[in-house]
Design a protein around this ligand. Structure first.
Ligand SMILES: NC(=O)c1ccc[n+]([C@@H]2O[C@H](COP(=O)([O-])OP(=O)(O)OC[C@H]3O[C@@H](n4cnc5c(N)ncnc54)[C@H](OP(=O)(O)O)[C@@H]3O)[C@@H](O)[C@H]2O)c1
Length: 234
């Protein structure tokens, strides 16, 4: 899709990768960028239009779909990690919260916006996933479950929305320099770099972005036995 002239909605746009995406969209000539945030007052980037949007709240999503009928690019970026392993106290609660934001949020947003995208020429949906869609680390094992499910959601949406001409782009990345990864000591990519890759992939009509060496290595390794590809990323 052509970024110049596009009307985009980015969820979780007030900080981190969402903010980088908004900056990149404006720089690439987007006509309008709706910056979705739980607290619209937290959106300080000049040039975007802040909207109140908690992706776990159906009423926010319905209101956003009503207010942003001109959108032709939906970016499901909002995400949380509770830093929870699987066999500890609080696992189910952490996983439920992560599924609400990382899976049911993008599902509800995609369902609400798919008819608008169709009306606006097909457009595109971008789902921000992770290398942890494929591998798991104890520090974020429930998060991995939610991102695996979101990967499957992305694949399903791509198939289902092909008929209406909607491009569905999966973005897999290892670690980015944002609050979410502030305790991570491994190599991190700048969010601006990943945002540029996302816009290039949209322009090229691609299905997937593997944004860093770690994602590329792990994806390639999926052809191996689980003992190899499920080894924790280094
Ligand atoms: N950072 C990494 O290393 C990394 C790696 C791979 C994938 N990702 C993914 O990249 C995406 C962006 O994460 P980030 O690194 O930018 O993290 P971040 O700095 O923690 O920012 C998360 C953003 O999501 C928003 N958010 C959280 N729950 C929300 C909800 N229910 N409704 C609406 N917005 C909500 C936050 O809003 P508040 O300010 O209101 O909390 C914030 O704007 C996420 O999907 C994450 O899983 C990140």
């Amino acid at each position: 899709m052509k970024i110049e002239g596009t009307v985009a909605l980015v969820t979780g746009a007030n900080r981190g990768f969402g903010l980088a995406l908004c900056r990149a969209l404006l720089a690439a000539g987007a006509r309008k960028v709706y910056a979705g945030a739980r607290d619209p007052a937290a959106v300080t980037l000049p040039g975007v239009e802040a909207i109140r949007l908690d992706v776990t709240r159906g009423e926010d999503i319905a209101a956003a779909a009503k207010a942003c009928g001109d959108v032709n690019l939906l970016i499901n970026n909002a995400g949380i990690s509770r830093g929870s392993s699987l066999v500890t106290e609080g696992t189910a609660e952490a996983l439920r919260a992560e599924l609400e934001t990382n899976l049911f949020g993008p599902l509800a947003m995609s369902r609400a916006f798919a008819p608008l995208l169709a009306r606006n020429g097909g457009g595109a949906i971008v789902n921000v996933l992770s290398v942890l869609s494929w591998v798991s680390i104890p520090q974020a094992a429930t998060y991995s479950v939610s991102k695996s499910a979101a990967w499957s959601l992305t694949n399903g949406l791509r198939t289902e929305l092909r008929g209406q001409g909607t491009q569905v782009l999966a973005v897999h990345v290892g670690f980015m320099e944002t609050d979410m990864a502030k305790r991570v000591t491994s190599a991190k990519v700048p969010p601006d770099d990943v945002a540029a890759q996302v816009l290039a992939a949209l322009a090229a009509g691609r299905d997937e972005v593997l944004a860093d060496d770690l994602s590329r290595r792990v994806k390639q390794g999926l052809a191996a036995e689980p003992g190899v590809y499920l080894a924790a990323p280094k």
